[in-house]
Each structure stands twice: as C-alpha cells, then as structure tokens.
Design a binder for this molecule. Structure first.
Ligand code: SDX
Length: 387
C-alpha cells in the first residue's frame, strides 16, 4: 500500500487482485488448475463441456434434470438469426474469422427480441445463447468462405461434436468427438486473463452481456493471448522436421523473438492443460498420419525448454492445442475462434459473478505530462510543433 505521496505503478496489472472469485484457482508454481474446486484433470477425464459450462456458471455440478434443462437452452440457441447467416455470406473470404466472430456476436444483440437490458437472469440467458450459437457462426463462415453451404446444427449433438459435424459435413468418430470436448473443457476458463478482464470492465459499466463478450473476443485475438495457438502451429510447421528444431529455436531466440506457446504470466512451471493436450496431440498424430508434425513439435519443445526453463518459461496451453485442432481438420485461422467458443463459458461465469457485487472498473494513470501550458493561436505558433 503506498503512502499519500508515493505512487506504485502496476503496468499490466501484474499480481494485482481486481475481484474476489470462486470460479477458478491457478497454482502457477505447481501446475495446478481448478474450476469451482474440481481439478481440470478430473473434469477433462470425466466431464463434458456442457457440464463444465454449467459448473462454471452456476457453481455446482448439475443434477440430471438441471443438466437437461441447461442443454435444452443451449440447443435452442444453436441456430443463429437468419439475418446473421445472410450477413456471413456477404463477407470477403479473406476476412479473419476472429473479426467475423467479434462482429457476429455484436450483431446478435440487434436481433435479441428481449433487447439487451434486464437483470442477472436475462444476462445469464443471453450468455447461454452466445455459448450455443458461437460454434454455428464459426463453422458456417468457415464453409461459406470455401464456397460451400453451411451445414445446419443437429439438435441431438453436443456442442463439440456438432462443431466438427458443421465444419466437416460428417459426424466425428467417438475419438475425435471426445478429444474436441476435452479441448473445449481445457479452454473454457482461466481466472482473470486479459480477455476475461475485458469482459469484466465492460460489464462493470452495466453495459450488456453481448458487449462484454464482444470485448472478450476482441481481446482474445491478440498473439500474446488466444492468438498464440495459430502462431505456435505455424512456427512448428516452419521448422519442418525434428532435426531442425534446435537450430530454429536458437535462431528465434537470437533474434529476440518469442517461441509462441511458451511462457505465461501466472504459470512459472508447466501449464497443466499442456500436460493433457500433449498426449492427445500424439494420439491424433498417430491416427491421422501426421506424427512427423508431432515429433517436430516435441523436438521444438525440448529445445525451447532446455533454453528457457531457467527463466521459468515453459509450454502453455497454446503449444499443442494447434496440433490437436489441426489433426481434427480445423483450419489454422479457426483455432482462436475455437478458443473463444470454449472461453464463452468462463466469460459468462465471470460477468455474472462480478455483476452480483459490481463496482465500476476505473484505475488511474500516473501523469507525467506538462501543466498550465499557455494556449497560442494557430497562426502564431511558429515552426516547431509542440510535442
Ligand atoms: C494464454 O493469462 C492467461 O491465463 C492466458 C491463457 C488463458 O487461458 O486465458 O492462459 C491463454 O494467453 C496463454 C499464453 C499464450 N501466449 C503465448 O504463448 C505468446 C508467447 N508468450 C509470451 O509472449 C509471454 O510469455 C506471455 C505474454 C504469455 C506472458 O508474458 P509476461 O508475463 O508479460 O512476461 P514478459 O513478456 O514480461 O516476459 C518476461 C521475459 C522477457 O524477457 P526479457 O525482456 O525480460 O529479457 O521472458 C521472455 C521475455 O522476452 N519471454 C519469452 C517468451 N515469453 C516471455 N522469451 C521467449 N519466448 C517466449 N514465449
């Protein structure tokens, strides 16, 4: 705590607590991650994305009838407003899917018949609607830009399977469906990360759930955050083979560039999500004939750990998630939208939790500029432009 005349600047809000929360706990030193007290290992092994979304939003594991009602609400939202689908068909094919998603989520508010006002229950319902419809928006644009018609969601499929079905046109086999569901669980929530904080800031002004999630998508896009999965896969592909990994990593670090998918503000050890995704990436590589890409990734990881672990830089969720998504037939520029369609659950949970005990987010900036500068009419300002 600073005394009256000393200023403590927290650039990037490192280690600054902005709220109390019971949604997620990260033990960054010991590679532990808990959603509402349940380990992410248990949830990835035994739960489903829909059940985890319920757990994050409501705070407890649902009884069967609660779960069935929740799933019904999600599935009623699988189909976007026709106006949004029609709009998707007007877009340039080179539009980045995260820009498309950010705009589409914002558009949803225009077609919400209940409007965007209302209390906690109205906001919760809107949040569930976004969780239900986001996969369809992403898959629909992915097909439209390829010149093929979108595939309508199947009302009897869970979100993870439905996404792969709508993307590929055929239902996934049990293994692919299970891996997709686990990947969505692992991306669903992560305490007060940058995109979640963006949602909170927006919600704290009593704006609406669509605006908050639009802010989350806009923030997640950045390569320092959710955009790292796309960058990590491109990097691994550029290395080409395991034999070239060490030389490539040395070249990258010598150029003062970053190994994408490595390092974390909170984890100063291995990311527990990486530990679950890595074996899944290997199994998929064996099943899909892309094992060389996996072995190259493993070699890059080994070389990077050798060079970076002394600085407490280890692989994070984004290092192998791209290989998993790639093996599931998801195009590279859809990786971050897939991250977003999973993180919708965490964003909705944090917005609702914060609104229940709201306080407008309004930090300060430490002023280092001039004061009381004399105003000079434009024609008398001389050559030097005041900086
Ligand atoms: C996610 O917050 C969350 O929880 C996010 C997330 C979630 O689920 O929501 O976990 C998802 O965003 C994971 C992170 C994905 N991003 C990347 O993989 C991009 C590459 N990683 C970095 O840019 C970096 O590690 C961050 C952004 C993730 C964290 O950076 P910090 O805490 O701000 O640390 P920093 O940038 O101050 O780096 C400290 C030092 C620097 O060296 P110096 O300038 O002091 O000499 O470590 C170096 C950095 O150059 N460094 C790296 C590095 N990451 C940091 N050097 C090489 N490769 C890297 N990846």
């Amino acid at each position: 705590m600073s005394s009256e005349n000393t200023v403590v600047l927290h650039k990037g809000l490192d280690n600054v607590y902005v709220a109390e929360s019971s949604i997620c706990y990260i033990d960054g030193e010991n590679s532990k991650l808990f959603y509402r007290g349940y380990s992410v290992e248990d949830l990835a092994q035994r739960s489903t994305f829909e059940e985890v979304a319920f757990l994050l939003i409501y705070g407890w594991l649902p009884k069967r009838e609660e779960f069935e009602g929740f799933v019904r609400t999600l599935r009623e939202s699988y189909t976007p407003p026709q106006e949004v689908l029609a709009w998707l068909k007007t877009l340039p094919s080179q539009a980045h899917p995260m820009d498309v998603l950010r705009t589409a989520i914002s558009m949803l508010s225009l077609y919400d018949r209940q409007g965007v006002d209302g209390g906690l229950e109205a906001n919760r319902l809107r949040g569930l609607r976004v969780i239900g419809v986001t996969p369809t928006i992403i898959a629909s644009f992915a097909r439209i830009r390829r010149g093929v018609n979108p595939v309508e969601p199947k009302m009897d499929l869970p979100i993870a399977s439905n996404f792969l079905y709508m993307l590929r046109g055929t239902e996934p086999d049990a293994f692919d469906a299970s891996v997709m569901d686990k990947a969505m669980i692992l991306h669903a929530e992560h305490e007060m990360n940058a995109s979640t904080f963006s949602c909170i800031v927006t919600a704290s002004t009593l704006s609406d759930m669509y605006s908050a999630i639009t802010a989350g998508v806009a923030t997640l896009k950045g390569p320092l955050h959710g955009g790292a999965n796309e960058a990590a896969l491109k990097y691994i592909q550029s290395v080409g083979s395991p034999e070239k990994a060490a030389e490539a990593v040395d070249r990258t670090l010598a150029a003062k560039q970053r190994i994408m998918g490595f390092g974390h503000r909170v984890y100063k050890n291995y990311d527990p999500r990486y530990m679950i995704l890595k074996p899944l990436a290997k199994q998929l590589g064996e099943r899909k004939g892309t094992l060389n890409l996996y072995l190259t990734a493993e070699a890059v990881e080994r070389a990077a750990v050798e060079r970076l672990s002394q600085h407490k830089l280890f692989p994070n969720v984004d290092f192998y998630s791209g290989l998993v998504f790639n093996a599931l037939g998801i195009e590279t520029d859809l990786f971050t939208p897939v991250f977003a369609m999973s993180r919708n659950a965490g964003w909705v949970a944090h917005v609702l939790e914060y609104l229940a005990d709201n306080r407008l987010v309004r930090p300060k900036a430490y002023y280092t500029g001039k004061l009381n500068s004399p105003y000079v009419e434009m024609d008398r300002r001389g050559d030097k432009v005041e900086g």
